[in-house]
Write a protein that binds this ligand. Structure first.
Ligand code: GDP
Ligand code: MG
Length: 705
């Protein structure tokens, strides 16, 4: 039975179609967890093939297997430590040379290997012709061909993989030859390493190459495990020195060049191109899109367009959902007798959760737009365009990608910084990420712009907030890089993948993945916080106050007076509740910003749980504070208490102040200390306060109040 169980690991460059192939193999049978000891996501799926029970593991996408980045370490440790029965390297066949770099390293690891030429449709439309037999012979591994998103060739891939996994035949010895000098040093080290039983688990040649590359992790392993570590490291040092003299360059550079040389040699032999100018179309588009002068304006225009669409197209369905929840509230109020339960249902849950769900259409539209920009290859260009600006602040364009992901949600964005090799670059990118306006802040913007600005201006207002976030992130990054985490930045070559027309299915899946998270959040965290906020704003009851008012209401001469007394009671009760007290406590600090209304203080306080909660809390507070049968609606209630300038300041504050609890937790996890998350909480709040003060006081001076 147990010999029928197999593990297949999928390795590959980012964007090679790894996840697509993974999904094609495993269908819906998936499980997401973390690698033991680290918080890199581990996606596992299951399938059956000829009564083999197969576990498929989607390794992090990497270009290489060095110890420079966490993703690469995780991928390589999985392969070395957990010994999957076969590793399938997913290669983007339309960009073969670059993708083979990772493959050469898998070859060196001497694992059972299958090379999957994915994107073979793109490759053939670009005019590539591969001599598969020859390539397979040169690289020493069988080759399968797939078109991931259509599922073509997947069965065949699985068949080949199972064949390799179940055969006892050791893999043919096929290695990159590094040239006489390096080979001589390799064999010296290899001799020492092979004599170490404690290092048996690793191929000796691979260890030797890694030591020549000054791989920190492998050096540590040798020290920990081998009794003879001093001699080994001494030999490694001597070899590195000698090679450095010979090549006048670090051995790791020469080794990398040798791998590329090997690859280009193999491709020279076995790849034919029938079309001369292969990247023609992508290149032509890029002369405009990444143009020095036009690139940035085009980027800014596209972002502007995204927010216009998000707002305009989202409005009608938003109205329907709003009407629905209004109706639902009335139904519940009619069914459930007046009292705590009714109030909890109507003012707490329906006003709170409903208030957040109303914005689902906008959120879906935003995510659809982001998915389109990502899948088409434009996001990589945006990073490329920003590269120049990012260099000025001591980072590079690669840091811009996590920032763009931050538009969706800061949590995956912070995790995406793992691709940055330099620790300082990574920290700075994490620190400024919360300034990128995530999807959870959008409901706040839409609510307030909808209430205070014309539909024409609303898109622009929202756009200005996103731009403010980017601008402040850039300024803060510059400051952090200069004063907090100084040091040289790592050189890095930006890669531009070819443009690809996104598939509708891909877009919908990507949009839905994120939209679903929003829905889930509304049903869990936001529901819970809504209930808490309702409790905090309903208790403690002031019995003396109530009795006092009840007497006066009964004695009231007419209905209008009674009604206004009731309203007075409700709002007094609310103000004296726990939530009201918190709001009053915070209010003085917000007064200079024009946000002295205690309800805003309460809403901002609650917003630390999740930013959408700012909206749901306002919903609850304003709906508890009034007793009319027909709700006036949150927008109207806001209009009575704020003006356009104050609304804008409010949005600036929400944009900048503390990231949500989950983001803080992720920063703690990713930086492995409390220092950085606390720093983020502190500096973002200070920045929010100062920026809001400047906007408010400036606005007053300009007579906008
Ligand atoms: P990963 O980063 O390696 O996980 O890549 P994904 O699986 O997310 O794929 C990146 C993009 O390539 C997606 O838009 C896929 O739909 C697309 N894609 C994947 N495989 C193929 C393929 O064989 N042909 C074409 N034309 N597109 C593909
Ligand atoms: Mg993927």
């Amino acid at each position: 039975m147990s010999d029928k169980k197999l593990t297949i690991a999928l390795a590959g460059n980012p964007n090679s179609g790894k996840t697509t192939v993974f999904n094609a193999i495993t269908g819906a049978r998936q499980h997401v967890g973390n690698y033991p000891g680290v918080t890199v996501e581990r996606k596992e799926g299951y399938c059956k093939f000829n009564d083999h029970e197969i576990t498929v593991v989607d390794l992090p996408g990497t270009y290489s297997l060095t110890a420079h980045s966490l993703d690469e370490l995780v991928a390589r440790n999985f392969i070395v430590e957990e010994r999957p029965d076969v590793v399938v390297a997913i290669l983007d066949a339309s960009n073969l040379e670059r993708n083979l770099y990772l493959a050469t390293q898998l070859i060196e690891l001497e694992v059972p290997l299958v090379l999957d030429f994915n994107m073979s449709d793109v490759a053939s439309s670009m005019g590539y012709r591969f001599d598969y037999d020859q390539l397979s012979a040169l690289l020493g591994a069988p080759i399968a061909r797939t078109v991931g998103h259509k599922g073509e060739g997947v069965d065949d891939l699985l068949r080949v993989a199972v064949e390799v996994a179940t055969s006892d035949r050791p893999r043919d010895e096929h290695i990159v030859h590094y040239g006489r000098d390096i080979e001589r040093e390799i064999s010296k080290l290899e001799g020492l390493l092979a004599a170490e039983p404690s290092l048996e688990q690793y191929p000796a040649r691979w260890l030797a190459v890694k030591l020549l590359e000054s791989d920190q992790e492998i050096r540590e392993k040798v020290v920990q495990r081998s009794a003879n570590w001093e001699q080994i490291l001494h030999q490694a040092e001597a070899s590195i020195n000698r090679l450095q003299k010979v090549y006048d360059d670090l051995p790791e550079v020469v080794i990398a060049e040798a791998r590329y040389g090997f690859i280009s040699g193999a491709c020279e032999e076995a790849v034919r191109s029938t079309v001369e100018a292969r990247h023609d179309l992508s290149d032509r588009i890029d002369t405009i899109i990444t143009n020095r002068l036009l690139g940035l304006p085009i980027f800014v225009f596209l972002m502007w367009l995204v927010f216009q669409l998000t707002f305009k197209l989202g409005e009608p369905p938003m109205g329907w959902i709003e009407t629905f929840f209004g109706w639902a509230g009335e139904q519940v109020a009619a069914l459930v007798p007046a009292g705590y339960i009714q109030s909890l249902l109507v003012d707490g849950i329906i006003a709170g959760v409903g208030g957040v769900l109303v914005f689902l259409p906008n959120i879906l539209l935003l995510f659809l737009a982001i998915a389109f920009l990502e899948d088409s290859g434009y996001m990589a260009r945006a990073a490329f365009i920003m590269d120049r600006i990012m260099h000025k602040i001591g980072l590079h364009g690669k840091s811009f990608i996590p920032m763009l992901i931050g538009f969706g949600c800061n949590i995956p964005a912070i995790m995406a910084t793992r691709t940055l090799e330099n620790r300082r670059d990574r920290l700075v990118t994490i620190l400024v990420n919360p300034l990128m306006s995530c999807g959870a802040r959008l409901p706040v913007y839409i609510l307030l712009t909808g209430a205070f600005f014309s539909p024409k201006a609303a898109g622009n207002i929202i756009f200005s907030l996103y731009m403010l976030g980017i601008a402040l992130a850039i300024i803060m990054a510059k400051l952090f890089r200069k004063y907090l985490l100084p040091g040289p930045s790592t050189p890095f070559v930006m890669e531009l993948p070819p443009y690809r027309l996104p598939t509708l299915r891909g877009l919908v899946i990507h949009m839905w993945e994120r939209g679903w998270l929003y829905l889930k959040k509304a049903g869990t965290i936001i529901l819970a916080i809504s209930v808490i906020i309702w409790v905090l704003s309903t208790f403690p009851r002031q019995t003396t106050l109530e009795q006092n008012y009840e007497a006066r209401i009964e004695a009231a001469a007419d209905e209008t007076l009674a009604a206004s007394l009731e309203e007075e009671l409700a709002s007094k009760q609310l103000e004296r509740s726990y939530a009201g007290r918190i709001g009053h406590l915070i209010a003085p600090a917000l007064r200079p910003l024009g946000l002295g209304d205690w309800r805003i203080g309460t809403a901002l306080f609650a917003g630390f749980g999740a930013k959408e909660v700012v909206v749901s809390t306002m919903g609850t507070l304003y709906s508890l504070g009034e007793t009319d049968e027909e709700s006036e609606g949150l927008r109207n209630a806001l209009k009575e208490n704020l003006n356009p300038l104050k609304a804008y300041v409010f949005m600036v504050f929400v944009l900048l102040y503390v990231p949500c609890m989950a983001a803080v937790a992720v920063i703690r996890r990713e930086t492995n200390s409390w220092r950085w998350p606390l720093f983020v909480v502190f500096y973002t709040t200070a920045l929010a306060w100062v920026a809001s003060l400047v906007v408010y006081q400036g606005g007053l001076l300009l007579g906008l109040g």
